[in-house]
Write a protein that binds this ligand. Structure first.
Ligand code: NI
Length: 269
């Protein structure tokens, strides 16, 4: 199977839009004001196991012309990330992070290894399938989810939701009826959404050439063997980029800001 980049992005979007009622509501509201929505980036999450790590998830994008363009460390969350860009600037950048499992307890490492073991070989051998394969380690246990949560919110999210787009990000630069990120934030709040306000609603500054904000992930019911529980799924992000001293729009990411954006799926907040 070889999908075009547009087909891959459409699949991510269809899953994200149809399974997140909050995303649908917000996107539809933007479309009332905007002729079209351009995505700044989409973000994927994974584990650093060589069978499913960043380099594996990136393969379908690289074979479609995406190029590795930056690396980021998140020492507090024990995450590593890379971003990828396409020469066609209307295509979203790709941000893939991975959990550095060996930084955690043997118990967490065992859970992660068991999950990956359960992914059918046919899916492991086909990154195009893997990137959208969700959870292949059913049945889920709420006790396991909670155990993961004590060590890593990220690990718990991956356990519950698996391989999918964690978020899409609207490019504020491409919006025609909003002056800046602050106006976008006001619009989202007026629709009733709660913003991730960890260390302020806007992460980053014009001087850093990137400002980002996001709504808090809205909880959805997830079926576990030990009952159905509401847990935070995906969020929607907004990004406004600024020109560097050469007049070129900055295309990278700011690790300190991304670190705070990760909190958007935080259960405790
Ligand atoms: Ni993002």
């Amino acid at each position: 199977m070889t999908l075009s980049i547009q087909e891959i992005l459409n699949r991510f979007w269809q899953q994200y839009y149809s399974e997140n009622p909050a995303v649908k509501k917000l996107y539809d509201a933007f479309l009332q004001r905007e002729p079209s929505i351009i995505n700044d980036h989409i973000a994927l999450r994974t584990f650093n196991d060589p069978r499913v790590n960043i380099n594996i998830l990136a393969q379908p994008f690289i074979s479609n012309g995406y190029v590795e363009s930056g690396e980021y460390d998140f020492p507090n969350k024990h995450l590593f990330a890379k971003h990828f860009e396409h020469a066609d600037s209307d295509l979203p950048k790709l941000f893939i992070s991975e959990l550095i499992s060996e930084k955690f307890s043997p118990a967490l490492q065992k859970i992660v290894a068991d999950c990956i073991e359960k992914i059918p070989t046919q899916i492991l051998n086909d990154p195009e399938q893997l990137i959208l394969s969700g959870v292949q380690w059913q049945p889920l246990s709420y006790a396991t989810y909670q155990a993961l949560l004590t060590e890593s919110e990220y690990a718990a999210w991956m356990y519950a939701f698996g391989f999918r787009a964690n978020h899409f990000t609207i490019s504020v630069n491409h919006l025609t009826s909003f002056k800046n990120l602050e106006e976008v934030n006001l619009f989202a709040k007026a629709l009733g959404f709660k913003l991730n306000d960890f260390d302020g609603e806007i992460k980053g500054t014009p001087e850093e050439l990137l400002e980002q904000s996001s709504i808090r992930a809205v909880s959805v019911p997830v079926e576990f063997v030990d009952g159905t529980h509401e847990i935070p799924l995906c969020y929607y992000e907004f990004a406004q980029r600024y020109q560097d001293s050469n007049g070129k729009l900055y295309q990278g990411f700011i690790a300190a800001s991304a670190d705070k954006i990760f909190q958007s799926t935080d259960v405790k907040s």
